[in-house]
Design a protein around this ligand. Sequence first.
Ligand SMILES: N[C@@H](CCC(=O)N[C@@H](CS)C(=O)NCC(=O)O)C(=O)O
Length: 226
Amino acid sequence: MADLILTTFDWVPEMPRGYVRDLRVRWALEEARLPYRVESVPFRDRNAEHLSHQPFGQVPWLTDGDLSIFETGAILLHLGNRSDALLPADPHRRSEAIEWLFAALNSVEMASLPWSLFVFSGDTGDTPGFKRLDEFVELRLQRLEPVLAGREWLAGTFSVADILMADVLRLVDRFDRLADHPACRDHVARATARPAFVKAHADQMAHFAAADEERSSSLGPLDQQR
Ligand SMILES: N[C@@H](CCC(=O)N[C@@H](CS)C(=O)NCC(=O)O)C(=O)O
């Protein structure tokens, strides 16, 4: 039996499917060819057991033997320490990959996530709040653009930094925010063309689709119309 267990929600609404962060972990596990299995916790009932693994009641978390790790950055670093396919062995390259892993989360996602939440809510009018956020995202993308124009992968070879950066950028790309940043867009395209991403994405979609099927088979025809 696999000693790596990835936990995600049993179900999520349509909108976030394909973007739930367990995908980052699935992707890394597939790149490293590490055996794992996926378990689910209820989306609608975040109980004490859930909070003991993820104190914010979110997903994902990973257990590795008796270790339980939350936060996708920490999980990917942990997996990077298990596989050279995820973190380069050369100390300079490794340090660069770790830098970019934090940059993806703490410099880019810090701007892009609130921006995406505004866009999801349709709150993109001519308000000072949205304009400020849009400028924040723009500045980060402008600075990232020449970096990604000059290299295929952030730390020389593909690493967890690329998984996180591509996944962070993918969300704003969903709303065409990378249209004027071709190197950022190309990085997302390159990264998401990798077989490990394709499998991780398909597996996440299948996981949530199976939950829909289970739900509809447990409801009678009359319930389903409600
Ligand atoms: N910083 C956390 C964020 C985790 C996160 O936002 N998870 C989302 C799914 S992608 C979640 O659980 N959302 C439900 C909620 O916040 O209640 C990480 O990277 O692991």
